[in-house]
Write a protein that binds this ligand. Sequence first.
Ligand code: CDV
Length: 315
Amino acid sequence: MSKDLTLAVAQVGGISIDEDRTSVVTRLVALLREAKMLGADLVVFPELTLTAFFPRYHRDDVSDMDGYFERSMPSPPVQPLFDAAKELGIGFHLGYAELTPEGRHFNTAILVNANGEIVGKYRKIHLPGHAEPVPNSQFQHLEKRYFEVGDLGFGVFDAFGARIGMAICNDRRWPETYRMLSLQGAELGLFGYNTPTMNWNPDEESHLIMFNHLLALQAGAYQNAMWIAAAAKAGREDGHRLIGGSVIIAPSGEIVAKAHTEADEVIAAPIDLEFGRHFRDFMLNFAAHRRPEQYGLLLERTGYGDPLPVPRDRW
Ligand code: CDV
């Protein structure tokens, strides 16, 4: 197998609600250095990497959460991460809460090249959970309260000698995400996530949480002939727990590297972009086999609905 780049995923263990950015960034720089020792060209950090997963907490006044958001990037406490990356000549992907100069709030990820320049940006489109707390629930997930739906679309960027797409956490459960990226030629998809081991659905079976996470990513990789890297914020945060399972997945759908802890941990793998071409040129040759004229319902309908009429006169 030839190697086009070495990709690392830096899983980040739990961050307590009062851990400051400087402490978190020191951890991230240590992970970056470890990734460099593994030969990485690009390191993927999780969703909302810089703080505890604050959308699990309810505040009447949403501006009370503004302290968890970055007003610029690099913000002063994050500058050392950019400096270390530049010194090491390594790129990274970072998820964070973004507060724009216009006062808009997004769940955002950026792609930074080995010169410390931001070369890609994505704002999360599929926001899970609720805008108001679920009554009598032990767990809340209030992303719809604290973030707007992303306004940048599903961007794909040429960087690191590859065509790279980004998406964030819940996006990985939706096939539309991967297809939006693969139709733009993405060869590699980068995902960060915070997935609690328990959520507002008391009937969800615990064994399914890891299974569904891996199933979605592996299916997305195979069905779209893409490499996928997914980085968890994992472990315990203030009595709550997030799954690990950070992975690198080949376009075959096979896992080539996987974290085995719920703590700070780096995994890495060589990426051969040609390997994706094998799938794109044969079984998943979109241009030859897709039938967009038959997919109109995908744009017309959002929720589950009734069957479309099938013309009986042509049976
Ligand atoms: N941060 C997330 O988007 N988490 C969701 C949880 C709430 C299910 C996820 O899809 O993992």
